[in-house]
Each structure stands twice: as C-alpha cells, then as structure tokens.
Design a protein around this ligand. Structure first.
Ligand code: ZN
Ligand code: ZN
Length: 628
C-alpha cells in the first residue's frame, strides 16, 4: 500500500490520502486553486505531506484574480504568436482586470486587438493545461536569454535561486502562480484597451504597450461589467472635473499636482469644515505642522531608510530638509514639548496635512493618484491599555462617516511587510491589538499578509461606490516603533516613565482621492449639502433683476451657496445650462414671483416645485443636510 498522508479540510474533516495524489482529485467542483498550509498552489500539485487544505472557488476574490491572471498569460501567448518580435515584460492582475506590458516598435491598433482577441478564443478552446516546472535561476536565465526575452532576464536577476516556469501550449513564462488548471476554464473575456507606459513605470525607461483585459467565469458577469465600465466612462472624474470647472492638473505646471478652481475649492472646504467639526466632537485637537523638516528627523523616524524613494529633498542655508510625505513627525514633536502624565493620555492630534510623494509618472491618474495631497490625518498617543477603546472608537467614526456619504465598505487587515522597523514582539502585539478591536466590534475582514506599513500593521477600509467599485479610504495603523525611536514617554501611576503607543489613522484618506471618488459616485450631481453651488437664480426678463438681486442677498446672507444668471437669454436656455452644471435647484423669478415675494424652484431632475418664500426655500435646503 502506498504511503499515506493526512489532509485537514476546512470543515475539520481529516482525510488519509496516498502521498503524491494531486489536489485536483480532492477538490470541489468550481475550485481553481488551493491553499496548502497558507500558500496558494495549483490544483495539479501533488500532496507530499500532512497539511491544512482549503480550495479556492472561482467566484471568490482570489479565484477571480487567478482567473484574470491566467487570462493574462493566454493574452501574452496570443500576442507573442501574432507579433513574434514582441518582448514580454509583466502581467499583473486584480480581482477585476489584468494587463500585460509588451515592448513592441509601435502601438497596437484596434485591428491588432481584434486579431489578438480571436487568437485568445482559440487558445481557450484548445483547453491547454497550465504546467508548472521549478528550475534553478541559472536554467531560467539560460532559457530566457536564448528566447531573447531581455526583460525576463533583467527581472530574474532580482529573484531567489529557485524559480518557477509555466507553460500552456507552446508559450512559456516566468511566474510564481498559481493558475487555472487549464485555459478552457476562462468562459468569457474581453480585451479592453491599449495604452502606452514605461518599463517599471519610470518615464526615463523604454516605452511599453500595455493591453488591458478582463475575464469572467460566465458571460453574464462580463456583460454586467461592460455596462458598468460604460457608466464609469460617463462619470470619469477627469471629464466631469473639467465640465463642472472643479479642478485642473496641468502637466506643464507639474504632473500630479492639483489646481482647485473656485467650485472644487468650495467642495473641498465643505469637506474640511465637516471633518474639523466631526473630529472636535470626538475629542481630537487640531494641530498644524510644517511642510519642511530637517533631514535628521526623517533619518530618526526611519522614513529616510524605508521611504526615501517617495520623498523630495531640498537644502536651505546648507542644512538638508525633507518635504513631508507623512504628518507623523510634527505630532510627535508636539507631544515631546512637555512631560506627559498617564492621566493626560490619550492625545488625539488631528491635521489636514498636505504631503508630497514621488509617484511614478506612469502611475499618475487624475485625482486618484497624485504627487501632492492632503490627508485627514490624526495620530493618537495612548497607553497600551487604552488601545482597544481607541481603535474601536476610530472604527465607529469610520462607520458614521461612511453612512453619511451612503457608502458600504469592507475591511482588510494587513500584516508585517518584508521592509520594516520595530521588533517582532511589537509587531505581534500591534497586530493583536487591531485583531482584538475588529473582534470586539464583531466585524468581518480579510487578511493581507505582508501588506502593512513599514512601521506597523494596519486596518484598511475599502468603500464601495455607486458602481460597486472598491476604493481605499480609512486606514488605522498601530505603531510601537516610532514612539521608541523618538523616545516618547509618559509618567505612569507608579512614577516611572513608560512608552505610549501611537495610532496613525485617516478617515477619508487623501482629500483629492476622496473628491475623485465622490465625483464618480454621484456622477457630479452632489447632494445639496456637498454641492459647491446649491441654487441658481434665473430671471425671466431684465425687469425682474432688482427683485432677484434682493432675493440673492437674502439667500447668501443665510449661507446658501447661490449663483445668479441674469443674462438676457431665454429661460429654457438658462435652465439647460444650469442642468448641465448639475446645480440642485434652479430658482425662477418672473412677474408672479415678484408680485408674491416668492421664487419657483425647479430640481435638476426637471421636477418643478410649488412657489416658496425665500425663508421656506432656505428651510428646504437645510432639511437636506445630513444630521451630523
Ligand atoms: Zn502567472
Ligand atoms: Zn502617521
């Protein structure tokens, strides 16, 4: 009888199976890969020793990512077959799309995409298995050198001594895996578009051609996704930002640097006022730190060592400075100006802090990925015994705020990355603190191994917008390392000095990003409380201007954000323009309104309301504010 090994399945059942049996034979229908003792592997992998096995269903987040990742290999195969002089680079994927970057002497055309798509369909029909082979780095280097794949060779230099190769049909790629069992598991796919990019995202490097695509386990999923994309295109915040005159990003002025126009600046001011009020209500203190700080401090904090690539530096009178990429430092410096007692803790320092980070030019994207942005940042310095309550309070804060904007959200916990500061013990207790708080609140969450910040593990909150897309907003990071590096202390009840814990947290995240998300979520039609312009006064004829001016004054004095359109144009024309600007209320003023001392509101949806006196209209607007 063959040697047996024990496999523990998720339902707790332990099964004895012959050593060397493939996972495939144990898998449930619909599984595309497996997790064995925590690592993701192909179903074709043999079971060599005792272990805990979970199967990854195709409809799970990981399953979809594996599907899309595998589709990326299939697309690369098609491209390589049709355009043999192409050089391969990489093909990352997420749970919504995949792309692959190619070095080719010209951009791909729509006709090329069509041909590539046809070839992809054929490869799917061939139902070729994805076959894994582990080899030494030497052997892989030799193979890819012979194939002339210079980018693979360059990438291999950074990899460990053993690597894995995958082959489907005649196509070979360097990849960690896992993949679908075979190409036939891709039931629906679509190549979405092609764009130019650079090797490793750096504008100084070779230009590459990036082809985006997506794949689904069924045709319906793809259909829904394509509809969503079409809607997303209409809502693109860069397009709406221009049409609604909210902001501009002018590449000759500086890529990734946002210029807020009056309406955009108003929107941001509304959000900032909202934030200040909400933070003061929850016991935070507002602080403001400088943009430049001496380089020595960035060395002390570990930023220089771990974050230098994303920082900007400058010199003032021979002294070196770093431009802040995060707001933590000044907050610690405030804490350090006095001796703190255990009775004074916690301190909750809040700053709408503007930071600058060097994002690669190839990765900049409208308001969503920028080089200068303002975070709603806070640092909480507390005693270890206060940590749970503080984290729970932040989670409640996030929940309150998400409800106000009407967002659902998901939670992820990210653990220790490779590059980090602090001891293993500190990492363990910080991770436990976050876990404990999530359990206290009874929240479900996913774990991202190795995705934490360099100074501590974190809780990430991803909101879901009106189109079901997920966006990173709040993060909560527990940090034992930075207080150590800056020798922060408080005097305990025992009269001894103790180390406080620091929580770094944001609620909305970067204001720029959040505004970008809001624009797309609301398709530019902001709710009344957020709308930069809440109402516009429209005169029927010039005769009505004096009364309209008086009405304007009375509304503005009550804090209504109102504009006037007293131009000598047809009313219908003025209404259409205001509708395009997505202004919530159009207030029409003609003979009857003047005689009755009223105004006639019309909603941007086209619905007309009965005439109201100005004070009734003000009450109507106020009733639409969320109760904060
Ligand atoms: Zn792969
Ligand atoms: Zn911080």
């Amino acid at each position: 009888m063959a040697e047996q090994v024990f496999v523990t399945l998720p339902n707790g059942v332990k099964r004895s199976v012959p050593k060397g049996m493939k996972l495939q034979e144990l898998a449930d229908e619909g599984a595309v890969a497996a997790q064995v003792n925590g690592s993701l592997v192909d179903l074709s992998q043999p079971i060599e020793k005792d272990g805990v096995v979970t199967f990854i269903p195709i409809h799970s987040r990981k399953g979809l990512e594996i599907l899309r990742h595998s589709a990326g290999h299939v697309m690369a195969q098609a491209v390589k077959e049709l355009f043999p002089s192409v050089k391969l680079t990489f093909g990352p994927s997420t749970d919504t799309w995949f792309y692959y970057d190619f070095d080719y002497d010209r951009p791909f055309t729509p006709q090329d995409l069509e041909k590539i798509g046809e070839r992809v369909s054929e490869i799917i029909k061939e139902d070729s298995p994805f076959i894994r082979r582990e080899v030494s780095k030497e052997e892989a280097l030799k193979t890819f050198r012979e194939m002339g794949e210079s980018y693979k060779v360059e990438h291999l230099e950074d990899l460990p001594d053993r690597v894995s190769l995958y082959r489907q049909g005649s196509f070979l790629d360097l990849c960690e895996g896992p993949h679908l069992p075979s190409t036939g598991r891709i039931k629906a796919f679509k190549l979405l578009n092609v764009s130019g990019t650079y090797w490793r995202g750096d504008a100084r490097n070779q230009v590459l051609q990036r082809i985006y695509g997506t794949a689904f386990p069924d045709a319906k999923g793809l259909e829904d996704y394509l509809l969503m994309l079409e809607e997303a295109r209409k809502r693109d915040h860069r397009k709406l930002g221009r049409e609604l005159d909210l902001f501009s990003i002018q590449d000759d002025a500086g890529p990734g640097l946002v210029i807020y126009h009056p309406k955009g600046a108003m929107l941001r001011t509304i959000l900032e006022d909202f934030e200040r009020k909400e933070h003061l209500k929850r016991g935070y203190q507002i602080v403001i730190g400088p943009t430049l700080l001496r380089l020595d401090l960035w060395k002390q904090s570990g930023h220089f060592e771990n974050y230098r690539d994303k920082m900007y530096f400058t010199k003032v009178e021979d002294a070196e400075y770093g431009i802040k990429p995060m707001n933590c430092l000044a907050h610690m410096l405030i804490y350090k100006t006095q001796i703190r007692s255990y009775r004074d803790l916690p301190f909750r320092y809040f700053e709408l802090g503007t930071v600058h980070r060097h994002e690669k030019s190839g990765e900049l994207h409208g308001l969503l990925r920028v080089r200068g942005f303002t975070q709603d940042d806070a640092h909480i310095l507390c005693r270890p015994d206060q940590l749970n309550d503080e984290i729970c309070a932040i989670i409640e804060f996030v929940d309150d705020v998400m409800k106000i904007f009407g967002f659902e959200y998901e939670i992820e916990l990210s653990t220790k990355p490779e590059k980090c500061i602090g001891s293993d013990e500190d990492w363990e207790s910080a991770t436990q603190a976050l876990l404990q708080a999530l359990k206290t609140k009874g929240l479900s969450f996913e774990i991202n191994e190795g995705e934490g910040a360099f100074y501590g593990p974190k809780i990430d909150v991803k909101l879901k917008d009106a189109l079901g897309r997920k966006w990173q907003c709040a993060t909560i990071q527990a940090d034992f390392a930075m207080p150590e590096r800056f020798e922060l202390t408080y005097v305990g009840s025992d009269g001894e000095r103790h180390r406080p814990v620091m929580l770094h947290r944001v609620i909305l995240g970067a204001m720029e990003r959040f505004i970008g998300v809001l624009i797309e979520h609301y398709a530019g039609a902001f709710p009344v409380w957020l709308a930069p312009i809440q109402a516009i006064l429209l005169t029927v004829t010039d005769r009505h201007i004096p009364y309209a001016e008086r009405t304007y004054d009375s509304l503005v004095r009550k804090g209504i954000r109102v504009e006037k359109d007293f131009r000598n144009e047809k009313l219908g024309f003025k209404i259409r323009e205001a509708q395009l600007q997505k202004i919530p209320y159009m207030l029409v003023i003609g003979d009857r309104e003047e005689k009755e001392g009223t105004l006639s509101p019309r909603k941007r949806s086209g619905e007309t309301m009965k005439s109201l006196r100005p004070e009734e209209f003000i009450a109507q607007v106020e009733s639409e504010y969320p109760s904060l």
